[in-house]
Design a protein around this ligand. Structure first.
Ligand code: PLP
Length: 402
């Protein structure tokens, strides 16, 4: 796929990968192909197993030109052979689990992960006969100790939502390799610019394209990038058979957003650095977690592993009641930062994540795992997604409530 671009810079790849001027009209921008089917000169052959590489388009659940454009852009930035885009980030996580796990297999999942992924791993996978261990992925000896003869997948997330704890991908990848297991990583917080996941040994790089990749808060989507043979398996299983495809319109929107991803990530990092520095000096913020801050407990790892520390900040303000009261003030008074879930958009977003409620609904941590979580989050954190507004305006908006 557009191999000539592989030695070009990331900004050039994000703009040009997967698209070219229209040969008939000369249109410079990609057309939107809202077609569910494609005329074919093939007499027969209508099974996912008949699909050959570079086969012509046949039916929209197999592949679509706009979805392929987005897949080319993501695989070009991740440096992988291929990519598959799906209906949402959750569809991408589900695709990884249901393609590479069968009854009797064992999977190790990060004990803190996107809440939906944590719940999927805890509630759905065991029902299908899949054995699940949840492990603090920043503790390498815990990862090694969790390996079993039937471990076929390790699924991590770095930086992890919502607390910004990191996984040492190169080390966990070495553990996975010696166990003969695949390593998948939810790199949504980092974006494809944040870390060279493939070089660090990740087999399946997962994103919620709803976040940084789309970047404008107007389309939901997900992606998995990796080797051609692995992506082909997921395409057959999850796109063609489970049907969890991305719509061409969403792919067209997200590809348009993605063209500016490298530029946006530079600005997200710059803005977040200013806001994190300000928060750290503010008397009301009792703890600020941002991988670009020297005070981050894994600052060294962040420096080694990340090439962009992204725009996600977590900060504490005290006990549960204090956090909740401040959240209410934010709802009433913030004018620029939106009080809302989601992240990675050009608009700044903030949301309060109380530890107790999250433990009950999603994570259910105890003992050392709970202690590690509380070390980052205390009774709760404000998850701040620093957008692309002028940082001084964000600070002024937050200063009225802090
Ligand atoms: C949002 C998010 C998801 C889920 O993505 P959707 O597109 O909302 O389905 C998965 N992982 C992380 C880290 C996320 O932030």
């Amino acid at each position: 796929m557009h191999d000539g671009l592989r030695n070009k810079g990331l900004a050039t790849r994000a703009i040009h990968a997967g698209e070219a001027p229209d040969p008939t009209s000369g249109a410079s921008a990609p057309a939107l192909h809202m077609s569910s089917t494609f005329v074919t000169d093939q007499v027969a052959g209508f099974s996912a197993h008949d699909l050959e590489e570079e086969a012509p388009y046949l039916y929209g659940r197999w592949a679509n030109p706009n979805v392929r454009t987005l897949e080319a852009k993501i695989s070009m930035l991740e440096g992988t052979e291929d990519c598959l885009c799906l209906a949402s980030g959750m569809a991408a996580a589900t695709a990884i689990f249901l393609t590479f796990l069968s009854a009797g297999d064992h999977v190790i999942v990060s004990d803190v992960s996107y809440a939906g992924v944590a719940e999927l791993a805890r509630d759905t996978l065991p029902r299908l006969g899949i054995h699940v261990s949840t492990v603090n992925m920043s503790d390498l000896s815990a990862v090694s100790a969790a390996i079993r003869p039937n471990t076929s997948l390790i699924h991590t997330e770095t930086p992890v939502n919502p607390i910004g704890r990191l996984t040492d991908l190169a080390s966990v990848s070495a553990i996975a390799k010696s166990a003969g297991a695949l390593l998948s990583c939810d790199a949504t917080f980092a974006s494809p610019l944040g870390q060279p996941s493939k070089e660090l040994g990740v087999d399946l790089i997962m994103h919620s394209a709803t976040k940084y990749i789309g970047g404008h808060g107007d389309a939901i989507g997900g992606a998995v990038a990796g080797r051609k043979d692995l992506i082909a398996k997921i395409r057959t299983e999850s796109a063609i058979h489970h049907g969890s495809i991305m719509s061409p319109f969403n792919a067209w929107m997200i590809a348009r957003g993605m063209a500016t991803l490298p530029l946006r990530m530079t600005a997200h990092q710059a803005g977040a650095t200013v806001v994190a520095d300000w928060l750290e000096t503010h008397a009301r913020a009792t703890r600020v977690i941002y991988p670009g801050l020297k005070s981050h407990p894994q600052y060294e790892l962040a420096q080694q592993q990340m090439r962009n520390t992204s725009g996600m900040i977590a900060f504490q303000v005290g006990d549960h009641a204090t956090g909740e009261a401040l959240a209410q003030q934010m709802i009433d008074k913030l004018r620029i930062v939106h009080y809302a879930v989601s992240l990675g958009h050009h608009r700044s977003l903030i949301f309060w994540m109380g530890t107790e409620a999250l433990m009950q609904s999603s994570f259910r941590l105890e003992g050392a795992q709970l202690a590690s979580y509380r070390d980052f989050a205390g009774d709760g954190v404000f998850r701040l997604s620093v957008g692309l507004e002028d940082p001084e305006d964000l600070i002024a908006d937050l200063a009225q409530v802090l």
